[in-house]
Design a binder for this molecule. Structure first.
Ligand code: NAP
Length: 311
């Protein structure tokens, strides 16, 4: 079995940052990524709040820079190698993937999150045929068409703004009378002429071979209506990719997010977690980077036990 000092599960912003710090501190470091590196940040149209980029940077460009930096530091990255099982009981941790198994002295779980489903009829059947969870990936397919974005958070607002450059008509549909998205995004939405439909739930997505319309319920008046659209972008939050960790005994909260202390330690010695998979309530690239730096620094201390390390 291949032996590593540090294995990082997930190659998004948190995983790449942990890799940079782990490798730079001299640890033999492996990042396992079930897809291609980059995670959710890679599909952010524009990132305006990560320090150092006064005019913003695309998610793709930012993660590409992080990836090149990690590789330059000597991090080994295995893409398309998802983790299916962990054995965390012994001093050596065993990480089983779809391809093989590895031993590690410490691991950092940075497996991120996935898009929450709306859970309405038509959503699953029409996915890829008008139903999308990623504006950057699928937006260009809706050039000159009518789209609806569902949700009231930052992701929904950013998606609606991005789509307003492509689609002929963008409606943002939210179940409340106010958004939780940041004010700067709200101002931007207004400027972009995105119409917001308040207090409204999507009850069904309809269409024969592609999305044709959505059925809406106004939760104040009880009125049911139809809206003709070509695309539906669902942005109703995230759920953590933590099942494999929970099954191995890592403690999670009631929503499945991994519980960590201020040093990014989980309940199991030698197992750390960082980024969107953790219970940190602020899901930002900056917080993922910060958590990953702490996790990798703590993992180094745990493995090498320098004189100043407080175990
Ligand atoms: P979020 O902040 O959790 O917002 C999810 C939105 O979807 C909420 O408005 C919620 O409504 C709504 N929602 C949830 N379930 C629903 C359902 N079944 N039907 C209808 N609406 C539903 O999620 P997010 O926008 O994906 O963002 C995730 C995290 O990433 C957040 O921490 C966010 O700040 C961060 N993020 C940051 C940026 C940025 O800084 N530029 C960009 C993207 C994401 P309620 O409001 O009623 O709960």
């Amino acid at each position: 079995m291949d032996r590593w000092e540090l294995i990082i599960i997930g190659g998004g912003v948190a995983g790449l940052t942990a890799g940079i710090y782990g490798s730079r501190s001299g640890l033999k470091t492996l990042v396992l990524e079930e897809n291609i590196p980059g995670g959710q940040a890679a599909v952010a149209p524009i990132i305006e709040n990560y320090p150092g980029f006064p005019y913003g940077i695309s998610g793709m460009e930012l993660v590409d820079r992080m990836l090149r930096q990690a590789e330059r530091m000597g991090v080994k990255i295995h893409q398309f190698e998802g983790v299916i099982r962990l054995d965390l009981h012994g001093d050596e941790k065993i990480v089983e993937t779809e391809k093989t198994a590895y031993r590690a002295e410490a691991i950092i779980i940075a497996s991120g999150s996935h898009h929450r489903r709306l859970g309405v009829p038509g959503e699953e059947e029409l996915q890829g045929r008008g139903v999308s969870y990623c504006a950057v990936c699928d937006g260009p397919l809706f050039k000159g068409k009518r789209v609806a974005v569902i949700g009231g958070g930052n992701s929904a607002a950013v998606s609606a703004i991005y789509l307003s450059n492509l689609a002929s008509n963008v409606k943002l549909i939210h179940r409340r009378d106010q958004l939780r998205a940041e004010k700067v995004l709200l101002d931007n939405l207004r400027e972009r002429n995105v119409e917001i439909i308040w207090n409204t739930l999507v009850k069904e997505i309809k269409g024969k071979s592609r999305v044709e319309k959505i059925i809406l319920l106004n939760n104040e008046t009880g009125e049911i209506s139809e809206l003709n659209v070509d695309g539906v972008f669902i942005q109703v939050g995230e759920e953590p990719n933590s099942k494999f960790a929970e099954e191995a005994g890592v403690r999670v909260d009631e929503k499945g997010y991994i519980i960590v202390d201020a040093r990014q330690r989980t309940n199991i010695e030698g197992v750390f977690a960082a980024g969107d998979v953790t219970a940190c309530p602020i899901k930002q690239i900056g917080t993922a980077v910060g958590q990953a730096i702490i996790a990798a620094t703590e993992a180094f201390g745990y493995i090498k036990r320098p004189y100043y390390y407080k175990g």
